[in-house]
Design a protein. Structure first.
Lengths: 115, 112
């Protein structure tokens, strides 16, 4: 079974631009969560989708948005990029969506650099 | 919302020694406590988890203990090996159950 796939692996953007990141979960997994990872800050929760619905979101500004498609693939979008958005963005999938009952499978992440 | 504090931020040990990482949480309703390991340049992977109905769980050289009264849980690694070198993250559920809140991570270095 293929793991969680994130594309692209690396991105370089300039301030003010927007960016879209993609995440394909493990086949059969319906829940996709997104996290921002920066040195010293750990993994900051962005949002979680299940069956095309956002069920939970973290404390990020509205410039960060996401969606999930009927095949469970998910995208996140960041508009009006700022230097502080430079980070590794990780997505994780789980089978049925009760995160308290099952583990997360992470992708390799997209490393975003904002210049 | 839930808050998780993790200590220490860095830990250096000699091969064969034990390592202990501790996390404290704020929400007394939390009932799930996983630990993830992230090797350099790789994705985080679950190594062990514990639920609030048990106080300790072991899996070979790793163990997790939970003290619900004090609201803290710890990861114990015995007989450390160089391949244990990684960043370790603790986590717990926010009250909504669909949101894992992670600690800031502990960078463990095991020296031969």
């Amino acid at each position: 079974k293929a793991g969680v796939t994130q594309t692209p692996r690396y991105l370089i953007k300039t301030r003010g631009q927007q960016v879209t990141l993609s995440c394909s979960p493990i086949s059969g997994h319906r829940s996709v969560s997104w996290y921002q990872q920066t040195p010293g800050q750990g993994l900051q929760f962005l949002f979680e989708y299940f069956s095309e619905t956002q069920r939970n979101k973290g404390n990020f500004p509205g410039r960060f948005s996401g969606r999930q498609f009927s095949n469970s693939r998910s995208e996140m979008n960041v508009s009006t990029l700022e230097l502080g958005d430079s980070a590794l963005y990780l997505c994780a999938s789980s089978l049925a969506g009760r995160i308290g009952n099952e583990k997360l499978f992470f992708g390799s992440g997209t490393q975003l650099s904002v210049l | 919302g839930e808050n998780v504090e993790q200590h220490p931020s860095t830990l250096s040990v000699q091969e064969g020694d034990s390592a202990v990482i501790k996390c404290t949480y704020s929400d007394s309703a939390s009932n799930y406590f996983p630990w993830y390991k992230q090797e350099l340049g790789k994705r985080p992977q679950l190594i062990i988890d514990i639920r609030s109905n048990v106080g300790e769980k072991k899996d070979q050289r790793i163990a997790v203990t939970l003290n619900k009264t004090a609201k803290h849980f710890s990861l114990h690694i015995t007989e450390t090996q160089p391949e244990d070198s990684a960043v370790y993250f603790c986590a717990t559920l926010d009250g909504g159950y669909n949101k894992l809140i992670f600690g800031a991570g502990t960078r463990l270095a095991v020296h031969p």
